[in-house]
Write a new protein. Sequence first.
Length: 138
Amino acid sequence: MSANPYDAKLYKQNRQLILASKPLCAICGRRQANTVDHVLSLHLGGDHSLENLQPACLSCNSRKGAQEGNTARTATSRARQAAVKTAEAQRHARGPAPPPDRPPRARRATASPTPTQPDDTPSEVLGRPDTNNRKSVV
């Protein structure tokens, strides 16, 4: 597990320098900044240098971070959808899948004979009373 990048000594020093003069938010320009924002996010290759940090109020900094996260998730989702479409197109181009290399399953026998066909097996053999009004064979 990697260390928290916001615990870095350079980040803490530069954050303190930026917020010492109680500047206004560089994003909205209306509220006093109480956080610093990475102009180029750390996950996109930004660093903790003074050139990459700007004063920001918590509201603007949170909104910007959420927008960047949504953009990343949307890009991932679009890439996933494109991969699925490509796979489906390739599967369609290949045609239907060939049949498996195993013989088909045998069908199960029905529990009782069909009503249009009388059962020729004597009732005694089946262990049930004779319902066909036939004489039992002894």
